[in-house]
Ligand binder design. Structure first.
Ligand code: FE2
Ligand code: FE2
Length: 283
């Protein structure tokens, strides 16, 4: 773990609205000082510090969700168009659901970080299987040293976001523990991670493994509003037992053949205490 990370105090947790999110590490910097400075610091922690330290968000607030950029391949400059759209739309932040790079090596992450700096707002990334060493999905060192924790939660007006890591096929016990505890709130609950659940579409070759149905049981009993994922390079929305599953794998990776809605796109989402609206923006 890099020296510049530290456990943040309870007071800071409360100030930043992430009390209990003990798996998240944040740098000791005022939000004004962290804008676009990533070098040697966990990107997700800095981005969250910017987001949570900025002026109060409206309710509802707008954000973009997308996944599967696969830098350096970024098919047809799709990701550059998403950057432009995010800046034009002035969304409050962007969530990227993993596979930011084709293989998680220093060269690709350097290219990615160059692109992330072009966003005018915080960008928070989940870990995808391509963000690992790839020949070994369990080797997640390159991503972790850059982005920090992969399992945490944060609260925005009316909405709790829960980040999980299923890059290596499954959720860990730490992910399940965080999910279970984080669902105990009256806020809307939005889960984001890379692989989609295993009960959505029989055409999905490598969804998250969950033979015991633990994930499904937790999100349905816990009243999750939505689960945002990518991995499958197409677009789909499934509404099952009160949970909206959005698969948005269209941010630049080569599109999956022989499946419906295989177009490049991002999701524009409006969320708040009484709101969860979304629309797909084709590119
Ligand atoms: Fe992908
Ligand atoms: Fe993937």
């Amino acid at each position: 773990m890099p020296d510049n990370r530290r456990d943040i105090s309870r007071r800071e947790f409360i100030r930043l609205g992430i009390a209990g999110g003990a798996l998240l590490f944040l740098p000791q910097l005022p939000s004004s000082a962290v804008a676009q400075e990533y070098k040697g610091k966990p990107i997700n922690g800095m981005m969250l510090a910017r987001l949570l330290g900025s002026d109060a968000l409206p309710d509802p607030f707008d954000f973009i969700f997308c996944a599967d950029v696969h830098i350096p391949f970024d098919d047809r400059g799709v990701f550059k168009k998403i950057i432009s759209a995010a800046n034009d739309l002035k969304v409050k932040f962007v969530l990227i659901g993993g596979d930011t790079v084709q293989v998680g090596n220093p060269a690709n992450f350097t290219l990615l970080q160059r692109e992330l700096k072009k966003f005018n707002m915080p960008v928070i990334c989940a870990m995808g299987n391509h963000d690992t060493a790839f020949e070994d999905y369990a080797d997640q060192r390159e991503w972790t040293v850059r982005f920090g924790a992969s399992c945490y939660k944060f609260d925005l007006p009316g909405v709790r976001f829960i980040a999980l890591n299923n890059a290596n096929h499954i959720l860990s016990d730490a992910d399940y523990d965080l999910l279970e505890e984080s669902l105990e709130t009256d806020l809307k609950k939005v889960v984001f991670m890379h692989r989609p659940a295993n009960f959505l579409n029989v055409r999905y070759d490598t969804p998250m493994r969950d033979d015991a149905g633990r994930f499904r049981s937790l999100i349905e009993k816990g009243g999750a509003t939505a689960v945002l994922t990518g991995h499958e390079h197409h677009h789909a929305v499934y509404k099952i037992n009160g949970v909206t599953h959005i698969v948005s794998g269209g941010a630049g990776g080569r599109l999956t053949p022989d499946i419906e809605n295989n177009f490049h796109h991002f999701m524009l989402i409006s969320a708040g205490k009484n709101t969860f609206d979304y629309r797909v923006e084709k590119i």
